[in-house]
Design a protein around this ligand. Structure first.
Ligand SMILES: NC(=O)c1ccc[n+]([C@@H]2O[C@H](COP(=O)([O-])OP(=O)(O)OC[C@H]3O[C@@H](n4cnc5c(N)ncnc54)[C@H](O)[C@@H]3O)[C@@H](O)[C@H]2O)c1
Ligand SMILES: [Zn+2]
Ligand SMILES: [Zn+2]
Length: 375
């Protein structure tokens, strides 16, 4: 059977705020620079729910999913990066031609919206087709990985080693890469330094894990949920602060004297960003990862910012070059030095709505839906 004749289940969102409905879809022929991937498993990220609910303006009906991992099934004529049978993790699609792409920052690609959120290819066509005859949108993050097969671009497939558990690796393409990349790529946390991570979700805890890899001597996790703080401790946080009962800036100053060298904001709350900047020592750096409501603003103490020479960085996707960074994270995981499996819970594909619910309620940190047979 050729790729173009394959029929498989995909999770389709047909109405804003609706459910993921599993229905049979089929693939068209991949274009010359595309890669057909048999999806083994896909992580669920908050952005999937934001798009499902219509708060991220993607056209519906659509196949979402952007933390896919799977096996290359077929490649277009010009693809050189991978061959059928390779194991891959899918990351956001970038153009490769704009100044940020040329400058080694593909996640800041100037064509991100058209490539990842328009619901179709740049030429208006689709890779996935509905059997109902109704137009089905796809290309979410250049992949739409909530289905048995996904069509990605050559640029956003990341080849990974075959002895790693492929079903676990999808979240490395977004949430985990973001937290770890903020620490290792953006902040470049140094051995012996001090860091505070605000928000102990999948992103913040990935930052905690990476801070240990970087050799930070003091890693302070701040959250409002005791169970998450306990998990942070088991993953390497040297101190935990429950900011619903304690003032985190005060506690951080008591622990460090002058404040932390680095902070990470991974909650998306303006008042927490203020704390993350206030908790810095002179010449400290804060990475802003949490996504807020559209138009959200924060008031910072201007004189403190300049008198203390503080730096605040907006960070997308951990400033990663996925082809380089994701294999490094896989190696660290395989060496037992980056235990992101502790954040994960697996669900069968049929329970994708339960998985999304558990993530939204904070019951599960990082759900992964198993879609196809393991490689
Ligand atoms: N910048 C990027 O490229 C990028 C990529 C992926 C995700 N994100 C964003 O990162 C953020 C974190 O993602 P996640 O998956 O870890 O989410 P999450 O909801 O699992 O984690 C957020 C954590 O913040 C905690 N929190 C809430 N209020 C708090 C407060 N007042 N003080 C301290 N902690 C508080 C919650 O208890 C929770 O543990 C989200 O906003 C997400 O959209 C950004
Ligand atoms: Zn995401
Ligand atoms: Zn670009």
């Amino acid at each position: 059977m050729s790729v173009a004749e394959k029929t498989f289940p995909a999770a389709v969102v047909r109405a804003k705020g609706g459910r993921f409905e599993l229905e049979q879809v089929s693939l068209g022929k991949p274009q010359h620079n595309e890669v057909v991937v048999r999806i083994v498993a896909t992580g669920i990220c908050h952005t999937d729910m934001v798009a499902r609910d219509g708060d991220l303006p993607v056209p519906q009906p659509i196949v979402l999913g952007h933390e896919g991992a799977g096996v290359v099934e077929a490649v277009g004529d010009s693809v050189r990066k991978v061959v059928p049978g390779d194991h891959v993790v899918l990351s956001p699609l970038s153009c490769g031609l704009c100044p940020p792409c040329q400058d080694g920052a593909p996640l800041s690609c100037e064509n991100t919206l058209a490539l990842n959120f328009s619901g179709c290819r740049l030429d208006g066509s689709h890779a996935v087709h509905s059997h109902s005859g109704q137009e089905l949108h796809d290309r979410f993050f250049g992949q739409s990985s909530f289905g048995g097969f996904a069509v990605a671009g050559e640029r956003n497939v990341v080849k990974v080693r075959k002895d790693a558990p492929l079903e676990l690796l999808g979240p490395l393409g977004c949430g985990i890469m973001t937290g770890a990349g903020a620490v290792l790529n953006s902040l470049k946390v140094t051995p012996g330094s001090t860091i505070a991570v605000f928000g102990a979700g999948a992103v913040g805890l990935s930052a905690v894990l990476a801070a240990q890899v970087a050799g930070a001597s003091t890693i302070i996790a701040v959250d409002v949920v005791p169970a998450r703080l306990e998990l942070a401790k088991s993953l390497g946080a040297t101190h935990i602060v429950n900011s619903s009962s304690d003032n985190p800036v005060q506690v951080i100053r008591e622990l460090t004297g002058a404040g932390v060298d680095f902070s990470v904001e991974a909650t998306g709350r303006p008042e927490v960003l203020r704390n993350a900047v206030d908790a810095l020592r002179s010449r400290g750096h804060c990475a802003v990862l949490g996504i807020s409501k559209p138009g959200a603003t924060v008031a910072l103490d201007i004189n403190d910012l300049l008198m203390s020479s503080k730096h605040v960085h907006g960070v997308l996707g951990g400033d990663s070059i996925p082809d380089i960074f994701i294999p490094k994270l896989v190696d660290l995981y395989m060496q037992g030095r980056f235990a992101f499996d502790k954040l994960v819970k697996f669900y069968p594909f049929e329970q994708i709505n339960e998985a999304a619910h558990d993530s939204e309620k904070g019951i599960t940190l990082k759900p992964i839906v198993r879609i196809g047979a393991s490689a």
